[in-house]
Structure formats: structure tokens, C-alpha cells
Ligand binder design. Structure first.
Ligand SMILES: [Zn+2]
Ligand SMILES: [Zn+2]
Length: 249
């Protein structure tokens, strides 16, 4: 299986990056539905689509309104959207308020359980993250591989969530800012380079891929990758269209 990064920035898209969306096409699983969600259509393989939401901020949910087009002439008749119950209610009340988006696409809403089965013999578990309004992280364990998705939080080696990442083969972790912008990160509840890499090292993950990259920084090196690799060598920066092999039997 592989995971495709469909949107690797936060807050707003820029010319290179759409907002948060990651997909494992083989099992129809999507993590967050930011503006990158329009790209799901191109990668849909089967007749199911499960979208797991970390939280309800617009850069993670706005793409749910794209589902009419995403599912057009595809075999999926209804998308299952999973999230914390109160966030799902907020999306239905506000994003789909009649003045904003009056017709509801074909969606089933599924409040998250602490643990649920996902395609390919996987088990998805959730854990809370510190972020204004709250966010949840996801860990998926297959019998022979594991990954975690942590976005919209302030990385901190002392935080409770670090234990949940223990030994994962792949960690997708937000890194909105370079270290120089630490103050912005603290104010907005986001992460900067050094503590993210310290978390990866402390949790002994196999590989770190940095996501939710600052949309204002369109340089070649938005996270200071050499500094990141000094702390955790197996670090890469995600880009839209990036494909990551998930060696799952
Ligand atoms: Zn975000
Ligand atoms: Zn957020």
C-alpha cells in the first residue's frame, strides 16, 4: 500500500500546497479533508471512502463540501466521515448551514471510538492533542507496520501523546514553523522544527515526515531541514503528490 500526500499545508493553500489531506487509496482511507480533498477523486479505487478528521478547523474540513465532485462517476455511494462527535455536529451546523452550503453531499457521520478497524487488517486508535479547540491524533497499527498522524498541536517531548507514538514506523507530524517563528507557533497552537524532531527521537519512530508546512514560506527549505536531521536524521518534508510506501502484507 502507499500513502499519498494530497495537501501538505495548513491555514490556506498556496501555489504549491493545498491544505491538509492524506490518502491511502488501496483501503479508501483519508486523513483530514482540507482543500487537497478535491484530489481524492483521482485516487479512488474501491467502493468505500472513510475520512478521519483530526478536528474541525476549516483547513482540515473544507474539502468535505467537495464530495459531490469527488464522488461523481465513482463507485462510492456514500462517504463515511469520522470525528469527535461535537466536531461532527459543528460541521453539520456551520459548514453546511443553508446560507453557506445548502445541499448535503452523501455523507454518513460516525463519532470516533477509541479504537476502530480500518481496511487491510489495521486498527486505528485516537489520542488527544493540545490545540485551541482541541485536536486528535491517529495511530494505525497493522500486524507488521504502524504509522501515526499528528497535526495541529505544539510538539513537546514531555507531552502525553508522545507515548502513543512509541516505535511507529512512520510519523507524520506537523511542523508549521521554523524555530525562528516559535512565538507565532505558541500563539497559534502549532509546532516548530526542533521539538518535533525531539518528539520523533524520543518516541523512537522509524521515519519522520513533516507536514502542515507554513503556506507563507514558499522557499525550498521551509523547516530548516539540516537542523531537523541533526536531531532526527530520518526526516523528510512532505510535498503535495508525495507517495510513501507502506510495506503492509
Ligand atoms: Zn491546521
Ligand atoms: Zn487547527
Amino acid at each position: 500500500m502507499k500513502l499519498i500526500a494530497l495537501g501538505t499545508t495548513g491555514y490556506h493553500p498556496n501555489d504549491q500546497r493545498q491544505t491538509a489531506c492524506y490518502m491511502i487509496p488501496e483501503i479508501g482511507l483519508v486523513l483530514d479533508a482540507g482543500t487537497g480533498a478535491y484530489r481524492i477523486r483521482k485516487h479512488l479505487q474501491g467502493d468505500s471512502l472513510d475520512i478521519y478528521l483530526s478536528h474541525a478547523h476549516l483547513d482540515h474540513v473544507m474539502g468535505i463540501t467537495f464530495l459531490f465532485d469527488v464522488l461523481y462517476e465513482r463507485d462510492v455511494s456514500v462517504a463515511r466521515v469520522h470525528g469527535v462527535a461535537e466536531k461532527l455536529a459543528a460541521i453539520q451546523d456551520h459548514l453546511f448551514a443553508s446560507d453557506l452550503f445548502p445541499i448535503l453531499p452523501p455523507i454518513e457521520w460516525h463519532p470516533l471510538d477509541a479504537s476502530q478497524k480500518v481496511g487491510g487488517r489495521g486498527e486505528l486508535t485516537t489520542f488527544p492533542l493540545e490545540h485551541p479547540g482541541g485536536s486528535v491524533g491517529f495511530r494505525i497499527d497493522w500486524p507488521d507496520y504502524s504509522m501515526a498522524y499528528v497535526t495541529d498541536t505544539m510538539a513537546d517531548v514531555g507531552a502525553d501523546y508522545v507515548a502513543k507514538l512509541s516505535g511507529v514506523d512512520l510519523l507524520l507530524h506537523e511542523c508549521y514553523f521554523r524555530d525562528e517563528y516559535r512565538d507565532f507557533a505558541v500563539r497559534s497552537g502549532h509546532s516548530w522544527t526542533t521539538p518535533v524532531c525531539e518528539v520523533a527521537r524520543a518516541a523512537k519512530v522509524g521515519r519522520l515526515v513533516l507536514i502542515h508546512i507554513n503556506p507563507l514560506d514558499e522557499s525550498d527549505d521551509p523547516v530548516d531541514l539540516s537542523k531537523a536531521r541533526e536531531i532526527f536524521p530520518a526526516t523528510d518534508v512532505a510535498f503535495d503528490g508525495m507517495e510513501i510506501d507502506l510495506p503492509i502484507a
